[in-house]
Structure formats: structure tokens, C-alpha cells
Design a protein around this ligand. Structure first.
Ligand code: PXG
Length: 288
């Protein structure tokens, strides 16, 4: 496996960064998770744009242009002969002193790792997943804004641990007001009377690229989509529920906090969107 670090490709054993990088010491940095399907990088432009927005929000200057980062992603895919896979793009604050002030950091580091990802067993995609709401709330907009895809995922990791402790694979995170925000690494949708509903970004959802793709696919097929605040009650009484994310893709949900959702199996609109999504990944993306 070849890993891109600051303009050069390294073998797996030589791909190393300093223990003084503030990405490690403080989680100071940003990242993207991207997928390649059928020899194309899916939604590359959108991921690069979000990376630069995340960086801007934390006053991190990426030492490459968006075009250079895109070219580096494609180059790393080619070097690894990847046609289908997962691309982790990371920008750290760089090497600094012990002390959190980023002023001590020299140059941010750009790292690109290409590999495979399977977050959940195939069986869950066929039969659906059980999820649960957890005590850890989604970040406040007035703290680390939840739209920033930062290297500090501890809030979501705690929620994931709480879900695991509750015997399920994924957590529903509520915001400070008690409205549904999203899951730890995916956005959440419900179907109610034929309509698709998902929390607005203002509820603390990440501006998910899979979320946006699913919204567009639904609208194209004539399904009404509404971005609206949802409560746990709305989840419990939904006809269908599913999660979206680059890693998870589209995951049907069949149980939330022990309440069976709809008929207790992946619903018809969910199934159709899964099909449409996979068909769409075949026809779009930046050629490797
Ligand atoms: N919310 C959060 C908090 C995320 O981290 C999403 C929603 C979905 O966004 P996209 O743009 O991917 O549709 C994410 C993305 C992993 C992993 O390693 C996590 C994500 C993506 C890829 C891999 O668990 N999260």
C-alpha cells in the first residue's frame, strides 16, 4: 500500500508522521472519507470542497490548492491500483511544540490513505439494523460546530461506545434541545406517509454528501423531501428509517430504542433508494 504524505508516496512501513503533530496531540485537523466505485472517485469535488470549508472554519491553511488535492487523491488511487475502495484524506495542523497554541505549528500535513472499508456486516444491509439514542449529545454550534469534519471525533466515539454498550451498532445523537441530529458517522432519514424526512443541518447534522445524493435521487423520482426537526417520537412512529454515509452507504434501520420500525424489515422506499444509489455510483465520479 502506498500512502501520500506531503507530496510523496511512501510504503506502509515508512508512512509516518511526528508525535509532535498537533493532529495527534490535540485532534487539531480535518478529514474526509471518500469512496471509489468502478474506477471513479465518487463526489470528489464535493468532498474536497467540504474539506476546505472545514479547514477554513478552524483557520487551517491547507498548503495545496483544491485542484492539487484532487490530483493527489487520484494519483494515490492509481498508485494503489484501486478501482473500488475507501480514501481517507487527512490534513493535520502539523508539527508544533507541547502546548496547544497552533502558532507553534509549521506546515500542515496532507495525508491520503487508500484502502477498503466495511463498517457493517452485509447481513445488516439485507435485514436492517437496530439503533438506540444515547446520552452523549451532538456538539453545539457554539462549540466545535458539528458541520466541521474535524479530527476530534471523541464526542461521536463516546456515543458509539454507548450504543455498543446498549447492544446496538449505531447511536442516534440528539442535540442539546432534544431533537434528532444524526448518528455517529451517518445522517438519518425517516419515511412517513410516502414522504422523506431528515433533520436540518441546523439540528446538528453534518452536511452529508450521501445525504445530499439521496435527497436528489428521491426528488428526481417524485418523492417529497422535507428537512425538519424530528423528535424520538417521530422516529418511533416512522414507516421506514435508514442511515446514509460514505462509509455506511445506505443502512436500513428496523428498530430504535426497542421500538420496531414499520414492518420490522427494510421498507420499500428504502430499498428503492438503495438500488438507485448503487446505480448512480456506477455512472458518476472522477475517473481514476
Ligand atoms: N455525519 C457524521 C458525523 C459523519 O462523520 C456523515 C454524517 C455522513 O457524511 P457523508 O458525507 O459521508 O455522507 C459522516 C461521515 C468511518 C467513516 O470511518 C465515517 C464517515 C464517513 C466515512 C467513514 O466510520 N462519516
Amino acid at each position: 500500500m502506498k500512502i501520500f504524505i506531503d507530496g510523496k508516496l511512501y510504503g506502509e512501513r515508512d508512512a509516518k508522521i511526528s508525535v509532535f503533530d498537533h493532529g495527534l496531540l490535540y485532534g487539531d485537523g480535518v478529514f474526509e472519507g471518500i469512496r471509489a466505485y468502478h474506477g471513479r472517485v465518487f463526489k470528489l469535488k464535493e468532498h474536497i470542497e467540504r474539506l476546505f470549508y472545514s479547514a477554513k472554519a478552524i483557520l487551517l491553511e491547507i498548503p495545496m490548492t483544491a485542484e492539487q488535492v484532487s490530483a493527489a487523491v487520484l494519483e494515490t488511487c492509481r498508485a494503489n491500483k484501486i478501482r473500488d475502495g475507501y480514501i481517507r484524506l487527512v490534513v493535520t495542523r502539523g508539527v508544533g511544540t507541547l502546548g496547544l497554541n497552533p502558532k507553534s505549528c509549521g506546515r500542515p500535513s496532507v495525508i491520503i490513505i487508500v484502502g477498503k472499508i466495511q463498517l457493517y456486516p452485509q447481513e445488516l444491509y439485507e435485514h436492517g439494523m437496530a439503533i438506540a439514542t444515547v446520552p452523549t449529545a451532538r456538539n453545539l454550534h457554539s462549540a466545535v460546530n458539528p458541520a466541521i469534519k474535524s479530527l476530534n471525533y471523541l464526542n461521536n466515539i463516546l456515543a458509539k461506545i454507548e450504543a455498543n454498550n446498549a447492544g446496538v451498532e449505531e447511536a442516534v445523537m440528539l442535540n442539546a434541545e432534544g431533537f434528532v441530529a444524526e448518528c455517529t458517522g451517518d445522517n438519518l432519514f425517516i419515511v412517513k406517509k410516502g414522504q422523506l424526512l431528515t433533520p436540518p443541518l441546523s439540528a446538528g447534522a453534518l452536511y452529508g454528501i450521501t445525504r445530499q445524493t439521496v435527497i436528489e435521487l428521491a426528488l428526481e423520482s417524485g418523492v417529497k423531501v422535507s428537512e425538519t426537526n424530528l423528535t424520538r417520537y417521530d422516529l418511533f412512529t416512522a414507516d421506514e428509517c435508514f442511515l446514509t454515509g460514505t462509509g455506511a452507504e445506505i443502512m436500513p434501520v428496523i428498530k430504535i430504542d426497542a421500538r420496531v420500525i414499520g414492518a420490522g424489515k427494510p421498507g420499500p422506499l428504502t430499498r428503492r433508494l438503495v438500488e438507485d444509489y448503487h446505480a448512480f455510483t456506477k455512472t458518476t465520479g472522477e475517473p481514476i
